[in-house]
Structure formats: C-alpha cells, structure tokens
Design a binder for this molecule. Structure first.
Ligand SMILES: [Zn+2]
Length: 188
C-alpha cells in the first residue's frame, strides 16, 4: 500500500461509491534486522539462522518496494568505549548547514523545471540534471549488467549521486559520486 504514495506523493482511497485523493508526500525511514535472530554479519555474535530462514525473512520486503528505497545502510552495533562516548562526532547543526546549501544548489539549478529537489526530477529531466561523467557512466553500465538494475532503479541512483555531489558542493556528477550511490542499493 506504500507503493503508490511513495511513487506519486498522493494516495487514493476507493470505496464502493467514490474515491478520494489525498496528498501524501513523505520521507520513509525504516529499520529491520538482517535475519530473524538479528546477528547476521555481526563480528562478535554468531547468527543461528538457516539460509532459508534468512531468505524468507528478507523477502518480506517486496522487490518493488525495495526498489523505491534509495539508501539501504547496514548499521553495525556501536562499540561502547570511553573513546566513542568522548567524541560524539559532527554536530547536527553543521550537518543541517550542509544540507541547506545542497538544497539551495538544487533549487537554483532546477528552477526552470520547477523542481526544487533532486528527488522530484522525472523522465528526461533526470538525465539533463544528473548526467554523470565518463567514469560514472561506465560504473552505471557495469551495475546494470551485474546487478540487473531496472530503469527506475537507475534513475534513483542518478538522483542520489547528484545529491551526493551537491552535498560536496560539486557541479559535475563524477565517478565516486555514482560509486557511493550504488553502494546504497546493495542488499543487506
Ligand atoms: Zn540470524
């Protein structure tokens, strides 16, 4: 049921006599375990699940829904040491600044097509604004061959790569941006 609102930013509800369309533009953030016991890929604890159990568990997220999730990131447990507690990392205020700048770049570049964020680009506008350099193109061709990326997935990779370049303050989408974007599509 999430598929339509994710794709179109609206949801239509049909009942016997009529149907109504509501706006539904949102950001989906979801978390799941890699397997039923939760320790698949853990460096310390052993996963006790069978290959069959793992496959069944992961297939509960359908392919088409998965295709519409742009960033899939494995989050390993954070080791609790005095070091990690003493160094909290980059502050949210600084990250926010970077994000705002990236959004401004997008809005300025795409003003003519009336799409203020990369995620909203569709059809030919994707290639017009997100076309990568030669190295990026070769990486994409390779990914299509090896991972069997669909046209929709390819569009999404391009928009993520464009956004990574924007966060870096770079106008051209280059190989490393495409490589990073592809990394977020790999399976658990
Ligand atoms: Zn397990």
């Amino acid at each position: 049921m999430l598929r339509q609102p994710l794709e179109e930013g609206r949801v239509s509800i049909s009942r016997a006599s009529r149907s109504v369309v509501f706006p539904a533009r949102f950001m989906l953030v979801a978390a799941m375990n890699p397997c039923p016991c939760g320790y698949l890929g853990d460096e310390v604890r052993q996963c006790r699940c069978t290959a069959d159990q793992i496959q069944r568990y992961q297939s509960r997220i359908s392919g088409p829904l998965r295709d519409r999730i742009d960033l899939v990131i494995r989050v390993p447990p954070v080791p609790v040491t005095t070091d990690t507690l003493a160094q909290p990392g980059e502050s949210s205020v600084r990250v926010r600044e970077r994000v705002l700048q990236a959004r401004e770049r997008q809005a300025a570049r795409q003003d003519a097509v009336g799409v203020r964020v990369n995620a909203g680009l569709t059809g030919r506008a994707v290639w017009r604004h997100c076309a990568p350099d030669g190295r990026g193109r070769r990486l994409l061709d390779e990914a299509v061959r090896r991972l069997g990326l669909s046209a929709r997935a390819l569009d999404r990779v391009l928009k993520v790569a464009r956004t990574i370049a924007d966060l870096e303050g770079v106008e051209e989408v280059r190989g490393p941006h495409v490589a990073e974007a592809l990394q977020y599509r790999t399976d658990l």
